[in-house]
Ligand binder design. Structure first.
Ligand code: GLU
Length: 512
């Protein structure tokens, strides 16, 4: 067989917001496709119409775009040769495959009502047998294997509700190689005759997924571990259809685990520990409940890519910071871990901080803009504030609360604790003198301000250590922040003077 072009797909179901684990699956697919010079497809698996959530599909597309994933084909990225990419729109294509299996006695019609299925479950439960519709139980149920042919025909023509089920061998070993886990062996006696198609012609996930992967010439199925139990059935379907030659390679990714304890990372963990589990903010269309997103929490997409890339994949060296390009170059399925990857909040914050510090001030200011509502300032000014604050913040949305005094004329709130500790009896006079010294400054630079400060100290016979923190407090209202003279330079002469005048009126705290 000639070498096939690498084609992978991300195939989410639009049942709600895309979990960050889903974004990781998409990312790994994307990295692999790009590295191999192949294609990445986005297919929407919406055959389960009962679970369809409005807005989820668009959310998926926007999430991928936000973190920098561009699909070669698929929903939201432009049609390719295999359109449509939404399974509900492909509905007519699936019937012939179900019929092929029916004709070859590899599938059968089943007419059992929900009540009959329930009775079967109850019956088996009572005798301590796992309730499955399988090679044994199917002989006791209402299906085309137990009913006479003319009765089956009559039921179908009479519009009696039915499903088409796969006919599994009773005891046969299904073996396939998973690129991450190695050989996987499952006996069909552990499996059940899954429904492939419902009476209305809508395929189930299993049939649609396998047929589409075949038709779309997918070479590698890289997906979450939760789909591992479905893989043997998919492997059998490839065999039943006679497509074994072109069966994709499977790689089931380890779970994303909660930061502490065990189990899958859930929205509840995120809420409890204060981090998002969704890439973008999501408003539930039914309840109106809002869930936070990485984007709205101030994470940069580059940081999220980096965080996700290392949650389950281990590069060879010690390097931790990777651009998308570097990830594409280095990624390999062999280096994906078998065991679950624990979400590390500190590390996630560290990555974001790293990217924040690396950004130039103009880009930083641009990313700050969405968080600056109600605070008027020029882009240049904002860039300068970012430059001063970036060493001290982890997320850009912290900017307005970290340095609020840069965005108001007057100081809106003073930290009383600092005042209590630092505002000594000599401070009001110091402020008056300092204001007078600054008044005559023609050159408003941090160096000139510092010189004024030192001259005032000398005049009053004070030490820098006794005054510096109080001076900072007088012009900012808080006790910490960027280098104080640079801060004063950026605040501007008028604001610093007026704040010093205000502070000169503050009485020192008198301890009794
Ligand atoms: N539709 C499945 C999902 O929602 C896709 C699983 C697969 O990739 O085969 O995740």
């Amino acid at each position: 067989m000639t070498e096939r072009r690498t084609r992978v797909r991300f195939a989410p179901s639009p049942t709600g917001p895309l979990h960050i684990g889903g974004v990781r699956t998409a990312l790994y697919n994307y990295l692999f496709a790009k590295q191999q010079g192949g294609d990445f497809l986005l297919r929407i698996e919406d055959t389960d119409q009962g679970r369809f959530v409005p807005g989820a599909e668009d959310y998926i597309v926007q999430s991928l775009k936000w973190i920098g994933i561009e699909a070669n084909e698929g929903i939201g990225f432009g049609d390719g040769p295999h359109a449509p990419y939404r399974q509900s729109e492909r509905k007519p294509m699936y019937r012939q495959y179900a019929e092929q299996l029916l004709a070859e006695d590899l599938a059968y019609y089943a007419f059992d009502t929900p009540e009959e299925l329930e009775q079967m479950r109850e019956r088996l439960k009572a005798s301590n047998v796992e309730a499955k519709y399988d090679a044994i139980t199917r002989t006791t149920m209402k299906n085309s294997l137990t009913l006479p042919a003319d009765e089956t025909k009559r039921l179908i023509e009479g519009g009696f509700p039915y499903v088409i089920r796969i006919k599994l061998p009773r005891k046969e070993e299904v073996r396939f190689h998973d690129e991450i886990r190695g050989w996987v062996l499952v006996n069909t006696s552990q499996m059940d005759d899954k429904v492939l198609m419902k009476g209305d012609g809508m395929p189930t996930y299993h049939l649609a997924n396998v047929v589409d992967d075949y038709l779309m010439q997918i070479t590698h199925v890289i997906r979450g571990e939760e789909w591992l139990p479905s893989a043997p059935l998919h492997v059998l379907l490839y065999r039943y259809f006679g497509w074994e030659e072109v069966m994709p390679k499977f790689a089931h990714l380890p779970l994303l685990l909660k930061p502490e304890g065990s189990g899958k990372l859930s929205k509840r963990d995120g809420d409890k520990l204060g981090f998002p589990v969704f890439p973008l903010q999501w408003t539930d269309p039914a309840s109106g409940e809002v869930s936070s997103g990485y984007r709205e929490s101030g994470y940069y997409p580059e940081a999220v890519v980096n965080i996700l890339a290392l949650l389950g994949w281990h590069p060879s060296g010690n390097k931790e910071v990777f651009t998308m390009e570097e990830l594409i170059a280095e990624f390999s399925i062999e280096k994906i871990a078998k065991s679950g990857a624990k979400f590390d909040l500190q590390k996630a914050r560290w990555f974001n901080q790293h990217y924040l510090r690396e950004m130039d001030n103009v880009a930083l200011a641009k990313s700050a803009k969405p968080f600056m509502s109600g605070m008027e300032c020029t882009n240049e000014y904002l860039a300068a504030v970012c430059g001063l604050a970036k060493e001290k913040i982890t997320f850009i949305n912290e900017l307005p609360s970290y340095v609020p005094y840069f965005f108001t004329q007057e100081i809106k709130s003073y930290d009383d604790e600092v005042k209590k500790k630092r505002w000594k009896a000599f401070m009001p006079l110091f402020c008056v003198e300092m204001a007078a010294s600054l008044h005559s400054l023609s050159d408003w630079t941090s160096t000139a301000i510092e010189a004024s400060f030192n001259a005032t100290l000398e005049k009053q016979n004070l030490q820098s250590k006794d005054v510096l923190q109080a001076f900072r407090w007088a012009i900012s209202g808080v006790g910490g922040g960027p280098p104080v003279f640079e801060m004063a330079a950026l605040l501007g002469k008028e604001r610093v003077m007026s704040r010093l005048e205000t502070a000169a009126e503050f009485e020192a705290v008198v301890f009794t």
